[in-house]
Each structure stands twice: as structure tokens, then as C-alpha cells.
Design a protein around this ligand. Structure first.
Ligand SMILES: [Zn+2]
Length: 373
């Protein structure tokens, strides 16, 4: 064998390895687990039952089960007793391109009879008890250095003030609810051990900053003597961890690489029943243009759809990006925020009711808030 052939052989060998690695990476479901609080931020403390310790113990147990499952990569915001800023917790998940973000906490109430699990998705709420839970968890930002600058425009005493900070991200709501429901359903299977409080919605800062399906689990009340003791026990933590981990795996089976859309279509429900035909080649997301741009994300799907107006309710200038095993379809692109808002209204009026704006800077995704600064 001459040098040329040898080199070619070695080259193709490495090419195979690289494509295999790329393939396996694409099939790995990434879960970021966030144990609430840490270090000098104890969370709720009642009769020696400490939220930060319980949350970490449960997270490590959930992580262990997930790590033993095939094609799951677990990312932890913390694995020890350390303090991490709320926004950094979300950013850990954002940087890892996680498929889901699961934040784990314990609830508490002066009324020690209060009990039950609650799994929250991000969103507005008028329910006082939901807002109270969000206020309690969001208030930890005041322990962070320079929090007033970092969370500009946000008043920790008023969770509703988050609404004014940026556009609400509704794109992950359906998936977040699906995951939250699975978690709550599994808690129900624990029998009478924990009362199932159900899926709720409230403006949690840590969820707000994570750009993926995201939930926050209040695993029960440390303030309630009976429930608190379950939360503080090895057996109780094992049960809760198993319920959460199995819900995550069930979500993975249903929404990740199974043929169903990974991120649910933002189109009206009646439209989504029939799968679309797939022909087009993926659009390139390389050669990023310098500068800040806005575009309207219409839908995201694991299905590839030809970029023709007839497939997008007549909308022209639709582009596609393949990211995280899903195809994202965008309408228009402009550096003008006002023009972008007009395009968004147009998309909504065409029937893309849950479409939303995304922003990029030099080709990298950034928040709308940062883009409009
Ligand atoms: Zn907490």
C-alpha cells in the first residue's frame, strides 16, 4: 500500500469516527438538573429539614437513574453545597443546549398543615399561592452580588414585574406542561405518601431564563411535619427521585427522536394531526451575518418541510435551521425590531398563534431583551 492510499485509509477511518460521534451526540437527550439554593442560601428550613440539602439529595438520585439510562446526558447546575446565581443556573442549561431543564425545590408555608407537590411551568398567574411560591424562590436573587443591575427592571417582591422585562416565551409551554404533567402523575403513583398538587403556572426567574422546555418541582412542604419527614428521609427521596426520573424518561420516549414532534408545533391543534411530507435539504446555519437580527419562529418540528409558501400558509421568505435534532422554521429576518414585530403580527394573523421573535447576534442566539438594549 502506497503512502497516498494509507493516508486515505487513515483519513476515512477518522471521518467514520467523527460522523459516528456526531451521530451519537445527536441522539443524546440532554437533561439539566438544578438543585435549588446552596451554601449560604438554605432555602426553607423547618425543624432541621433544610431545603438546599433535600433538593441536592433528590437531584443526585434523579441524575443517577438518568445516567444509568441509555442516550441520556445529565448536566448539573450544582453537585455540592455551593451558591449559584439564578441566571447562571439557566445559562448552564442554555450553554449545554439541554433538551429540558428541571429545577428541584421544596415548598414551605407558615401554615404547617399545607402540603402537596406542585410542578410549575413558566407563565403568568393570578393565583395568589402560585405567585407566593414564585416570590419565595425568586427572592434568592437578593443574595447575589449586584442583583439590581443583573435583573434590571425586576422587583423580587413582585413576581409579576417579570412581565415587563421581556416578551413571555410561550414556545416551550406545551412541552413544559407535558413534562410537568408526567412528573405530577408519577407523584400520584407514590400513593398516599404525597398529596398531588398538580401542574401550575407562575413567573419563576430561573425558568424564565432557560430557553427550552422547563419545569420547577416543589417536591412537598418541609414545613409540614409529616411531609417534611418524608422529604428528609432516604426512602422518601428515593421515591421522589424515581418518580421524577421516570417522568423524564417517559418524556424522552415521547418527544425525543421517536417520530413525534420534539417541540410541539405552534400551529392550531387541528392542523397538527397530519404529519407533513419531508423533502427539502436542511438550510445552512453557517456563514452567520455580523450584527443583531430578529426573525419570527413559526414552528419547530422533527419533520423537514420544503420551504415553499404553500407549506407555510402563504408566507414567503421562510428559512430553516436544524438544531438539537429539530427543524426550526423562521419567517423573515431584519435588524429592525419594529419591523420584526410587524412580521410577528403577520405570522400570528396567518394562524401561527404561538409564533414568537428570536434574536441573533453575529449568528449566536441571544435573548430579545439583550437584543433590544
Ligand atoms: Zn426553593
Amino acid at each position: 500500500m502506497n503512502i497516498f492510499n494509507k493516508t486515505r485509509l487513515i483519513f476515512s477511518f477518522f471521518l467514520t469516527i467523527i460522523s459516528f460521534c456526531a451521530y451519537s451526540q445527536a441522539n443524546v437527550f440532554k437533561v439539566t438538573l438544578d438543585a435549588g439554593h446552596g451554601d449560604h442560601d438554605f432555602g426553607a428550613v423547618y425543624s432541621g429539614r433544610i431545603e438546599k440539602n433535600i433538593a441536592l439529595a433528590i437531584v443526585l438520585k434523579v441524575g443517577k437513574i438518568l445516567e444509568d439510562s441509555p442516550n441520556v446526558n445529565v448536566i448539573y447546575t450544582r453537585k455540592s453545597d455551593v451558591f449559584i446565581d439564578l441566571v447562571e443556573r439557566a445559562n448552564i442549561a442554555n450553554r449545554a443546549n439541554s433538551n429540558i431543564f428541571v429545577s428541584i425545590h421544596c415548598n414551605a408555608n407558615k401554615n404547617t398543615a399545607a402540603d402537596g407537590t406542585e410542578t410549575y411551568v413558566m407563565g403568568l398567574s393570578k393565583v395568589a399561592s402560585n405567585l407566593e411560591a414564585a416570590k419565595k424562590e425568586n427572592s434568592v436573587i437578593t443574595l447575589e452580588k449586584d442583583y439590581k443591575r443583573k435583573y434590571e427592571g425586576y422587583d423580587p417582591n413582585s413576581p409579576e414585574s417579570m412581565i415587563g422585562m421581556t416578551l413571555m416565551q410561550e414556545e416551550y409551554l406545551d412541552n413544559s406542561i407535558a413534562l410537568a404533567s408526567k412528573i405530577e402523575d408519577n407523584f400520584d403513583r407514590l400513593g398516599k405518601k404525597l398529596r398531588q398538587g398538580g401542574v401550575k403556572q407562575a413567573p419563576f426567574m430561573v425558568l424564565h431564563k432557560a430557553y427550552m422546555p422547563r419545569v420547577l418541582v416543589e417536591t412537598g412542604f418541609v414545613s409540614n411535619p409529616t411531609e417534611g419527614n418524608i422529604l428528609n428521609s432516604e426512602e422518601g427521596q428515593n421515591d421522589i427521585a424515581k418518580a421524577i426520573a421516570e417522568a423524564i424518561l417517559s418524556y424522552k420516549r415521547e418527544y425525543f427522536g421517536s417520530g413525534a414532534p420534539e417541540i410541539m408545533d405552534a400551529r392550531p391543534a387541528k392542523d397538527t394531526a397530519k404529519p407533513k411530507t419531508v423533502i427539502a435539504a436542511p438550510a445552512s446555519n453557517k456563514n452567520a451575518t455580523k450584527g443583531t437580527f430578529f426573525k419570527v419562529q413559526l414552528i419547530a418540528s422533527i419533520k423537514k418541510t420544503p420551504l415553499e409558501p404553500k407549506n407555510f400558509k402563504g408566507l414567503k421568505n421562510v428559512t430553516m435551521l436544524y438544531e438539537n435534532n429539530i427543524y426550526k422554521y423562521f419567517y423573515q429576518e431584519t435588524s429592525d425590531y419594529e419591523a420584526a414585530q410587524k412580521y410577528l403580527q403577520e405570522a400570528k394573523s396567518k394562524g401561527y398563534g404561538a409564533s414568537f421573535l428570536v434574536a441573533t447576534k453575529d449568528g449566536e442566539k441571544i435573548s430579545i431583551q439583550d437584543a433590544t438594549k
